[in-house]
Design a protein around this ligand. Structure first.
Ligand code: UD1
Ligand code: M6R
Length: 371
């Protein structure tokens, strides 16, 4: 049931304040006595010790689920102190890459039925790793075959383009980082700030959704483009990949997410006065580096669209010549949840304006059950 919406993707984008609330329900604690601000992930509580002692945490997934894990990687590294590596499921299987008994392998999948991810899971089980699932589907193959895990509880997602599952996956993995880091005194203030940020996140997402009209206007400008680049770094490298994936899979426009630190190692050659470029430059530890990326793209007459924190327009675009999209600022590790909203809206409007099928993009299936 699409309710007042025309498409499932549109509905699922707009229901994110509610889906995120459901994801966190019963799992975040604030108040009380000793453990004032903390998280409780019922499915993991008996396994946290093993995870903390593991030699490595390996995230494994495909498409949007992989991107969500990439978005959560920095905070997991920071709070767990355990090295965190990333694997695209098919690539791990192709390489028969090393997975050991001392590893924690985390399988991220909205459907819980993706063939590539299931093959990687079988492989990791054979190799003796602790296998943790993060899925939206109770009773799915991933949920059943992993040793333990967390349901993201985002509600049924129907649009082939994953939107609300992405933001709920990031939130669950941020909560996973909090749970693993829970025994570390030195990060307590940081963890409490993140818990506060999580409580307020649905409101901030609601605020970001007000960019709907602005993103429709931007889509009108980009409707006939052949290509769109998205630059991000740090916490928002994943946002660049995921924004580009959305544009490519539903709007059927070539789009590439680029790690801004790699700009001079190739992508800069593409920059001219015609190619539209979105730069994600919200306020975090990488901000000044992104400011200089913007300057360099500007010096090459790049057609820039900058996503920045509220009030930063003059800082990111002193010349006034770029289009600026301001988003509410949240705790740095949660910023990807807010920043993807305008890009989801852009992909949606581009698709409608270009006349393509929003919920069933050509050649794609919601659940990819073959290799
Ligand atoms: C569980 C209940 C929830 C109830 C809550 C009350 C289920 C599905 N969830 O939620 O209805 O309100 O207790 O305390 O009954 N698991 C995996 N792999 C996965 C995902 C999950 O093995 O990929 C396992 C978990 O380790 C856990 C179980 O499935 O044993 C349920 O996981 P989850 O729903 O996340 O647990 P709770 O949030 O505690
Ligand atoms: O169900 P899963 O999360 O395992 O699916 C993984 C990918 O197939 C999926 O995210 C795909 O990339 C989406 N169509 C992206 O919107």
């Amino acid at each position: 049931n699409k309710g007042k919406y025309e498409h499932y993707m549109q509905k699922e984008i707009h229901e994110q304040p509610e889906s995120l609330t459901t994801t966190m329900r019963g799992r975040l604690m604030r108040g009380g006595s000793c453990k004032a601000k903390t998280v409780l992930l019922g499915g993991l509580k008996d396994h946290l010790k093993t995870i903390r002692r593991s030699r490595r945490i390996v995230f494994i997934g495909c498409g949007t689920s992989y991107n969500a894990a990439l978005a959560a990687r920095p905070i997991l590294e920071e709070l767990s102190g355990v090295p965190v590596t990333m694997e695209i499921a098919s690539d791990l299987v192709d390489r028969q890459g090393p997975i050991y008994r001392e590893d924690t392998a985390v399988f991220v999948s909205q459907s819980g039925e993706t063939a590539d991810t299931l093959l990687a899971l079988a492989y990791a089980l054979e190799n003796g790793a602790l296998c943790v699932g993060i899925t939206n589907t109770v009773g799915s193959a991933i949920a059943r075959r992993t040793h333990c895990g967390v349901h993201i509880n985002a509600g049924c997602e129907i649009g082939v383009a994953s939107t609300k599952a992405y933001t709920s996956q990031i939130v669950v993995m941020a909560m996973l980082a909090l749970a693993i880091g829970d025994d570390t005194m030195s990060s307590q203030l940081r963890r409490e700030a993140i818990v506060d940020g999580l409580f307020d996140l649905p409101n901030k997402v609601r605020e970001a959704l007000k960019l709907d009209q602005e993103m429709e206007d931007l889509a009108k400008l980009l409707i006939a483009e052949q290509s769109l680049l998205v630059f991000g770094r740090g916490y928002n490298y994943a946002t660049a990949l995921e924004g580009a994936l959305k544009v490519k899979e539903v709007a059927l426009m070539h789009s590439e997410g680029i790690l801004a630190g790699e700009m001079k190692h190739g992508p800069l050659a593409l920059v001219d006065e015609n190619l539209p470029i979105i730069v994600i430059a919200t306020h975090d530890a990488c901000f000044s580096k992104q400011q200089s990326v913007i300057q360099q793209l500007h010096a090459r007459k790049g057609r820039l669209i900058v996503i920045c924190s509220k009030g930063d327009a003059a800082l990111v675009c002193p010349s006034g010549s770029c289009r600026v999209i301001e988003v509410p600022q949240v705790e740095d590790c949660l910023q990807p949840v807010v920043n993807i909203i305008p890009l989801q809206l852009l992909a949606y409007h581009l698709t409608v304006l270009r006349g393509y099928n929003v919920d069933q993009p050509r050649n794609l299936a919601k659940s990819v059950t073959t290799e």
